[in-house]
Unconditional design. Structure first.
Length: 151
């Protein structure tokens, strides 16, 4: 999660990564009134502080409200994400240099990327609105193999 990628023994990140973002929009007429957005990473960009924080979701909500509606309700959801964090681990110096040039903090950059992802799908979502949906829950117990750490 926080290893030093510059260490001579570091070769690569292991495991999988789910970079998808799921967006469910709620409409009233032609206006978006709500969004449920799932990211597959905990909201832990701000760490070690002595205050409560909505982390990057605070910035994302602000930006989404500026873009869509000042009264937009945003429900942030965390999908399966295990032992991950949104901290840059590879090319940290380049990332920090870019943030400095853009005058952004990490959590603002994450929020900007979330908003861009929503903007990428919003036209498709608008064209595929449904007024009636069926919801169901399915529970399935599956056996998973024990993961073996590679050399």
């Amino acid at each position: 999660m926080y290893g030093d990628a510059r260490h001579p023994n570091f070769s690569h990140l292991e495991g999988t990564s789910d970079d998808s973002i799921d967006v469910l929009c709620l409409w009233r007429g032609d206006e978006i009134v709500g969004m449920a957005i799932t990211v597959y990473c905990p909201s832990q960009e701000v760490e070690g502080e002595t205050y409560l924080s909505a982390d990057f979701w605070y910035d994302a909500r602000q930006q989404l409200r500026e873009r869509f509606s000042k009264d937009l309700f945003v429900l942030p959801l965390t999908g399966a994400s295990g032992d991950q964090s949104p901290h840059v681990q590879i090319d940290k110096a380049a990332s920090e240099n870019m943030l400095t040039k853009q005058n952004l903090r990490n959590r603002q950059e994450i929020a900007r990327r979330l908003v861009r992802a929503v903007e990428d799908v919003i036209d498709v979502a608008k064209q595929n609105r449904k007024s009636e949906l069926s919801f169901a829950q399915r529970v399935e117990v599956i056996q998973l193999p024990v993961w073996q750490v590679s050399e």
